[in-house]
Design a binder for this molecule. Structure first.
Ligand code: SF4
Length: 237
């Protein structure tokens, strides 16, 4: 639960602070596909501030694992926002912890509205996730949501319920549905293009901004990362 790496994307003037560790244990976690190992070093607060101060940046993104488990999240976000005057975003969160108020934006994964499903497949309750999503929005943090569409598991009915839940808070909240990429140890398959488009259409009955993305394999996902300018970055610490 600490920052082990900082990467920099020059085109978007963005620093990414990479946190190791997560308080969930999702069956479909893509980190299980990447053979992530425990980092051999972590960065202290002084070093993080030094590196951020030297970069030409307009935004800092906290990326996972689960960045909200980083004990110095508030301090780093405070430095970025109030000393450097830049935009702060938690790039991906399971939403179990409420983000501090010096975070400008957060992307929250809403996996299901069923608590039983959450406990079975993540090891944690979804109650704090749903409450914090609403609270973060009320705090003025720019929230967006995502779900993993898994045929037969998180299917159309579930996507519809999640979309309705989000729309009850604010139908302008952006929603991203990603297709499941099979991980070892599960029998679930990836969705087809037609299934993804149908899920999108269902969510669009409730929300104004719905995007979908899906990959047939983890290698395809890595290829997209390597080609998309949004993800081009160099390691700076
Ligand atoms: S919350 Fe995200 S990072 Fe954590 S185990 Fe689940 S999928 Fe992996």
């Amino acid at each position: 639960m600490a920052i082990y790496k900082i990467t920099y994307c020059e085109e978007f003037k963005r620093a990414n602070l990479h946190n190791y560790g997560c308080n969930f244990n999702c069956t479909w976690c893509s980190y299980k596909l990447g053979n992530q190992t425990v980092p051999n070093k972590f960065l202290d607060l002084k070093k993080i501030k030094e590196v951020l101060s030297e970069l030409d940046i307009e935004r800092v993104h906290f990326v996972g694992g689960e960045s909200s488990t980083y004990p110095l999240l508030y301090e780093v976000a405070d430095f970025a926002k109030n000393n450097l005057g830049i935009y702060t975003k938690i790039g991906h969160s399971n939403g179990y912890n409420l983000p501090p108020k010096n975070i400008d934006a957060i992307s929250v994964s809403i996996k299901s509205l069923s608590e039983d499903f959450y406990i079975k497949y993540t090891g944690m309750s979804n109650k704090p996730v749903l409450q914090n999503f609403q609270k973060a929005h009320q705090m003025g943090i720019m929230v967006d949501a995502s779900s993993v569409y898994i045929p037969g598991q998180v299917d159309y009915d579930e996507i519809e319920e999640i979309a309705r839940f989000i729309a009850d808070i604010d139908p302008n909240i952006h929603y991203h549905i990603t297709g499941y990429i099979p991980v070892p140890g599960t029998s679930w398959r990836s969705p087809t293009r037609e299934e993804m488009l149908k899920a999108k259409k269902i969510a669009e009955d409730y929300l104004y901004e719905v995007q979908v993305s899906w990959f047939s394999s983890f290698d395809d996902y890595l290829k997209m990362i390597s080609e998309n300018p949004q993800y081009q970055k160099v390691t700076v610490a």
